[in-house]
Each structure stands twice: as C-alpha cells, then as structure tokens.
Design a protein around this ligand. Structure first.
Ligand SMILES: COc1ccc(C(=O)Nc2ccccc2)cc1NC(=O)CCSc1ncnc(N)c1Br
Length: 274
C-alpha cells in the first residue's frame, strides 16, 4: 500500500539471506523486512557500474514505470533506496525461481504448460500496452515462477514507454523481430513476435532462429526461416498459431494479443488460472 511506497527504506530494515542469482548489474539476495517479516528479493546495484554503463536514467525511468504496474504476472518492484555506493531494489520474491532453469531441466514443456505460460504473458503484455509500456525483452532469462507456479515477467531493464522508441542492442538476438533487426520503427507488436519465439522455445526447448553466428541468426529472423523438428511431436494447432499468427514478418499482420487469448490452441490448452 501507500505506506510501502512512501517509506524511506535502509539496509537496517532487512535481514539478508542467501544469494538468489545473478541479476542485471548486480547481485540479488533473499531478504526479510524486519517489521513485517515480509520476504523479498533485494537487488544490489553498484552506482559506479550504473554510471559506467550510463543506465542511471534508465533505472530511474524503470522504477517510475514499475511503481505503476500491478499485475499477477509482473514481478513487483516495491521500492528502492540507496547508500554511498549502491542502489537497492526491493523486489517481489518469486518462490519457484528462474523459468529458464526449469526449461533446461525438463528440456521442453507440455502443450498445456506452454499455453498456460503464453496466455499469462499475453495478459501481462495487454496490461502493459494499456499503460503504454512495451517490454521488448521477453525471454526465458527474464521470467520467474511464483509460489503457485505462475509466471512473473521479471526484468524491465530495457522496457521503454512507447513514445520514446530509442532502441539498444542487448543480450541475445534470438528474440529480436525483423523490424528491430532491420532497425526500422517498431511498436507494441514486437512483444507478439517475442511471445511467438518464446512459445516455440517452450515447446521445443530452443529458440527457432538459433544459429552459431549472429549473422546467421539475423538472416534467419529476417527471412523468418522457421523449421519444426520432428521431435517432440507438437499439435498443428500450436504450429499454425506460431507460423500464421505470431512469427509474421509484417508486424501489422500479427495476431493482436487479445485475439491470441481466443485462439483454439490457447483456449483448449491454457489453464485459466494462469
Ligand atoms: C521487477 O524486477 C526487476 C526490475 C528492475 C530490475 C533492474 O535491474 N533494472 C535495471 C537495472 C539497471 C539499469 C536499468 C534497469 C530487475 C528486476 N528483476 C530482477 O533482477 C530479478 C532478480 S532475480 C529474482 N527476483 C525475485 N525472485 C527470485 N527468485 C529471483 Br532469482
């Protein structure tokens, strides 16, 4: 509530627990807020690293964006504080950890699990677009799993408000849609492309345009050079959704996210509770 947002937090308000994992620009720890016993994830960012990478403004914008986002499939940023050398982000703790580790463990997901995740991500993205935020970085590394197995989009390191379209190259190229690879103007439809990449990766365990060299990945993306392995066996409904509706070069021809939630494959396979 408001109290959480307004309070001036300090490190003394928290008992610090085990390291949770590598975050962007810093380490993340399990922590407990002493007064409420509330369990959180505390992300520590070093100011000099932020300065070096010139991302202070990005972090400020992100904290601003996040403070207005409230959705079950978006990891909460409860607040932040800083000291001489560090900035601390007080994050929601996702009890079941990082999705990509789960995907590595079970190689690929069932169609029901994949559809459930895709549907909850679609709902989260519809919510973001309603607030004029496009995420642009939907990949397994940025997804966490809550206590009830629900998906949480966790890293807004590169989200931008739709009005400022500056684009920065970041991390893997696998998720970039053609319009970003060809660095032409892009819009909220980039998220539908990324969701298609993610849906493929949930079902097959690898992203569709993966290649040894960046240049090959670029070419495959621009040509939408999509192939479906014979194993694992995946329904034609899933393949049609990916090829006909999501991984479409012309961004205006991609299925609107709202329509995605009505697609037969989603309706028949996604668990409504998400
Ligand atoms: C709303 O979540 C964020 C919001 C912002 C940023 C961030 O660094 N922004 C940023 C940093 C520098 C420059 C510009 C933006 C990062 C996250 N999230 C994370 O880093 C995820 C930490 S790992 C984790 N978290 C919870 N439960 C777990 N089980 C785990 Br494992």
């Amino acid at each position: 509530g408001a109290a959480v947002d307004q309070k001036r937090w300090t490190l003394n308000d928290f008992d610090i627990g085990k390291p949770l994992g590598r975050g962007k620009f810093g380490h993340v720890y399990l922590a407990r807020e002493k007064r409420s016993n509330h369990i959180v994830a505390l992300k520590v960012l070093f100011k000099n690293q932020l300065k070096q990478s010139q991302v202070e403004h990005q972090l400020r914008r992100e904290v601003e964006i996040q403070s207005h986002l409230r959705h079950p499939n978006i990891l909460r940023l409860y607040g932040y504080f800083y000291d001489q050398k560090r900035v601390y982000l007080i994050l929601e703790y996702a009890a079941k950890g990082e999705l990509y580790k789960e995907l590595q463990k079970c190689k690929y997901f069932s169609e029901r699990r994949a559809a459930t995740y895709v549907a909850s991500l679609a709902r989260a993205l519809i919510y973001c677009h309603g607030k004029h935020v496009i995420h642009r970085d939907i990949k397994p590394e940025n997804l966490l799993v809550g206590a009830q197995g629900e998906l949480k989009i966790a890293d807004f390191g590169w989200s931008v408000h739709t009005f400022n379209r500056r684009r920065t190259m970041c991390g893997t190229l696998d998720y970039l849609p053609p319009e970003m690879v060809e660095s032409v103007e892009h819009d909220a439809n980039v998220d539908i492309w990324s969701l298609g990449i993610l849906c493929y990766e949930f079902l097959y365990g690898v992203p569709p345009f993966e290649a040894k060299e960046h240049s090959d990945t670029y070419r495959r993306i621009i040509q939408v050079d999509l192939k479906f392995p014979s194993r694992p066996v995946v329904s034609s409904a899933a393949k049609d959704l990916i090829t006909q509706q999501m991984l479409v070069k012309d961004s205006s021809q991609r299925l609107p996210l709202k329509k995605l939630l009505e697609h037969p494959w989603i309706v028949q396979n996604a668990d409504p509770s998400g």
